[in-house]
Design a protein around this ligand. Structure first.
Ligand SMILES: NC(=O)C[C@H](N)C(=O)O
Length: 381
């Protein structure tokens, strides 16, 4: 469990009080730099006040949004092939909305996002926060929610919106969704109403919370869902938020301190439970990993023999769930074995988000009590 290359501490050193402060008031004053979006125009259409547009940084990582197929009806088996410049060439003129700079961090399908790339994205966002008013990250949808969760858990963005965007159809397809999604993401990142909302996801006209949202459909344009997810809607160049600026309740912030380029988080694997799930599988991975996440069959349910095996092991095991929605409460985690103190309820977090949260806790050398406390932020623990 010891990790020499990355030290993680909580931004708030007091684990007890490290939850986000919920900001419930819409900012009353619009910063000078964003006033151009509200500027009135004179008769000739020229802005009456000097233009001062928000500065938006786009970080490109790849995904279907940057992919090409061989013909316009092909929507599977395509390849990443476009740069951010290509993507920007395909959207309507945005020069009256914001000033854009961009950086291509990598260009891969999101199945290939590994810890090195995750760290590149983390660094790209951290550095951009100093000088930009909004950040847009183009990303494949398959693992977008994992990167969004990681960034939400490790970066305190203040008021700067960080907007993840992808697409479900390649750029070459009839009715490709990428250009509209990217256009909307840039507008969302530029808009004062998005300030103080932290990590957002823009897809298919919906604005969602990067902390909770999950890809729930492998094919359709309306791919991102879950009950805690939706925050707003984008319609005909209007952005409609349902609530004032708010950040996820109970999101624990970790501060990464990385030794040089050597970024390595502890290894946590996910096991997917099913009827006749053999306890031997848990033993098989226990020696090789620093922690395990179980996608249990319901709200924490596993065969008795599997629970007994887990309670004999001395490593953190998070009980999460196969079901896309719902949660695993503490009451459903077994408490009758020698090492039952190592078992943790995931609350509302999916297995893949639970994995990242456990990795961050382990990298920070959190005690079991502290790990459980972090999971209470999502009503587990
Ligand atoms: N729609 C997508 O972006 C899927 C793609 N395989 C990716 O995650 O990169």
């Amino acid at each position: 469990m010891k990790n020499d290359s990355v030290e993680i501490t909580t931004i708030c050193p007091d684990v007890e009080n490290s939850q986000f402060v919920v900001q419930s008031n819409y900012p009353e004053t619009i910063p000078e730099i964003l006033k151009s979006q509200n500027a009135v125009t004179n008769g000739s259409g020229t802005a009456c006040q000097q233009r001062s547009l928000p500065r938006i940084k786009i970080l490109g990582t790849g995904g279907t949004i940057a992919s090409k197929a061989v013909n316009s009806s092909q929507t599977a088996g395509y390849h990443v092939d476009l740069t951010i410049q290509d993507l920007l060439d395909a959207i309507p003129d945005i020069s009256k909305v914001c000033d854009i700079e961009y950086e291509q961090l990598c260009n891969v399908d999101s199945k290939d996002i590994n810890q090195d790339i995750l760290y590149k994205i983390y660094r790209g966002v951290s550095e951009s926060l100093q000088t930009f008013d909004g950040i847009v990250i183009t990303h494949g949808t398959d693992t977008l929610s994992e990167t969004a969760f990681f960034i939400e858990s490790t970066i305190d963005a203040g008021d700067v919106p960080i907007v993840f965007v992808g697409s479900m159809r390649p750029s070459t397809s009839v009715s490709a969704d990428g250009p509209m999604n990217l256009y909307q993401a840039i507008c969302i990142a530029s808009n004062p109403k998005s300030r103080g909302r932290s990590v957002l996801v823009s897809l298919n006209d919906q604005i969602s919370s990067g902390y909770y949202i999950t890809k729930t459909n492998a094919n359709s344009l309306d791919s991102f869902n879950v009950r805690q997810g939706y925050l707003g809607n984008f319609v005909n160049n209007e952005i409609h938020y349902y609530y004032p600026p708010v950040k996820p309740q109970g999101c624990h912030k970790f501060k990464l301190r990385v030794d040089g380029e050597n970024f390595k988080l502890p290894e946590v694997c996910i096991l997917y439970a099913h009827q006749a799930f053999p306890p031997a599988i848990v033993n098989l991975v226990a020696d090789k990993y620093d922690g395990i996440v179980l996608a249990t069959m319901g709200a924490g349910s596993l065969p008795d023999e599997v629970n007994e095996t887990c309670m004999k092991l001395a490593l953190p095991i998070v009980y999460s769930k196969r079901s896309m929605d719902g949660m695993v409460p503490i009451a459903n985690v077994p408490k009758s074995g020698p090492n039952d103190g190592y078992l943790i309820a995931s609350g509302y977090l999916s297995p893949e988000k639970s994995r990242i949260l456990l990795q961050l806790c382990l990298a920070g050398n959190y005690t079991l009590e502290e790990i459980k406390h972090v999971f209470t932020g999502v009503y587990g623990g």
